[in-house]
Design a protein around this ligand. Structure first.
Ligand SMILES: Cc1cc2nc3c(=O)[nH]c(=O)nc-3n(C[C@H](O)[C@H](O)[C@H](O)COP(=O)(O)OP(=O)(O)OC[C@H]3O[C@@H](n4cnc5c(N)ncnc54)[C@H](O)[C@@H]3O)c2cc1C
Length: 377
């Protein structure tokens, strides 16, 4: 019998379990894969994400230091360049393995290569059934990512306009016919209708990918092949698919004894696709709520408290990200004209992307200036 069982060892699960270990909870983390394992991702870790870690990320895990973002739409492009890092790129296999080891060092138990099959909430506990046996815990944190069905213990699955599909390839530096800056990420809007594409440098390789709403990104493999060709990569390069939740949608986040964190909860910035920062932070919040709930037996307010804290910390930010993403996909030409029309508009957006500004602050800054920016020739 554990105080807490965490399902999944990605950034959300490791952060939740490690935080719970520090708070003195008897914790078990169960992960279905052996680590290090592959995870489809652009691997951009922003300043905001790093600020949530209570340890330094070793320099050998930082594959490229990103100082600039280049945004493209059709034939136009703009660049935001900062004098301090916007983000670092990492390989998720190494990054996630490092986070898991940090969590293990807090004294928690970790079981790798064990898949959780079912959760059953009883009066005072949850029975966690795996492909090896079963465990009991007072509370469970589900950090299974965007795939997986354990979240259905808390809420129904998402329909097609509530998640996106992504295809990603990792391509060696030498295998491109184009020159890419090693300190800049490239984002291309308008790929495959309502979609976007990216090229992120990782030192030895590029992460190249496309993403878009599952309901509107038709023929993703063809779209990816076209994007690879246009960007100077082999269109037949091996690609892998993954889903990503649309963030900012209202979803139930917890039941009486089960809390969802990270992608399982839908915590992704819909405009930038950033999810790692929210995964780490929601893991910490869930562990704190679990510790408080366990110190007050009979208290059944964990679900309400967890939902309220997430809402307070980043709920409205994610909703603004969705609002802006919808606006951008609906009026891409106007949106791009706005971004490209004034350096301050894109520079301040870079502040949002790194977490230095919230979307609300950005919009409060932008809206009064809109008429003059849009009416410019
Ligand atoms: C193509 C793509 C590119 C992205 N690029 C970026 C980016 O550049 N920057 C960024 O910040 N975000 C990015 N994201 C989002 C980011 O990857 C996610 O938000 C983040 O991984 C969420 O972390 P998580 O811990 O919730 O889930 P995950 O990282 O998916 O981890 C879930 C873990 O749970 C395990 N698991 C699942 N089911 C079970 C089970 N039943 N039993 C036991 N274990 C289980 C899995 O094996 C996995 O290890 C990207 C996403 C995609 C799809």
């Amino acid at each position: 019998m554990f105080d807490l069982i965490v399902v999944g060892g990605g950034p959300a699960g490791s952060s939740a379990a490690g935080w719970a270990g520090k708070l003195g909870l008897k914790t078990l983390l169960v992960e279905k894969e052996q680590f290090p394992r592959y995870k489809a991702c652009g691997g951009a870790v922003t300043e905001q994400a790093l600020s949530h870690l209570d340890f330094d990320l070793p320099s050998e895990l930082r594959e490229a230091t990103i100082l600039a973002a280049r945004v493209h739409y059709g034939a136009s492009s703009i660049e935001a360049r900062m004098d301090s890092p916007l983000a670092y790129t990492v390989s998720r296999s190494a990054f996630d393995a490092y986070l898991l080891e940090e969590a293990r060092e807090t004294g928690i138990s970790v079981s790798l290569g064990e898949r959780v099959r079912r959760l059953e909430e009883k009066d005072g506990s949850v029975v966690v059934s795996t492909d090896r046996g079963s465990y009991g815990a007072a509370l469970v944190i589900v950090a299974e990512g965007a795939h997986g069905t354990l979240k259905r213990n808390v809420r129904r699955g998402d329909c097609k306009d509530k998640y996106g599909v992504c295809l990603v390839a990792e391509i060696p530096l030498a295998d491109t016919s184009q020159d890419y800056a090693q300190d800049a990420i490239e984002i291309h809007f308008g790929i495959g209708g309502m979609g976007y594409g990216w090229v992120f440098p990782h030192g030895e390789y590029y992460s190249v990918g496309i993403g878009g709403l599952a309901s509107s990104l038709r023929r993703p493999r063809e779209t990816m092949a076209g994007f690879l060709r246009e960007r100077g990569f082999d269109p037949h390069h091996r690609t892998r698919g993954h889903v990503i939740p649309v963030g900012g949608v209202r979803r139930t986040l917890a039941s009486r004894r089960v809390l969802l964190v990270g992608d399982a909860a839908g915590f992704v910035d819909s405009f930038t696709g950033e999810g790692i920062a929210y995964a780490i932070r929601s893991g910490h919040i869930a562990a704190e709520v679990a510790a408080r709930s366990l110190s007050q037996p009979g208290d059944s307010k964990a679900a309400e408290e967890y939902e309220a804290l997430c809402e307070e910390e980043f709920g409205s930010n994610l909703r603004y990200s969705l609002f802006l993403a919808r606006l951008m996909h609906r009026f891409p030409g106007i949106f791009f004209k706005l971004l490209a029309g004034d350096q301050e508009v894109i520079d301040n957006f870079a502040r949002v992307a790194t977490g230095r500004w919230k979307y609300e602050r950005y919009l409060r800054w932008l809206v009064p200036r809109l008429p003059s920016y849009l009416l410019r020739g």
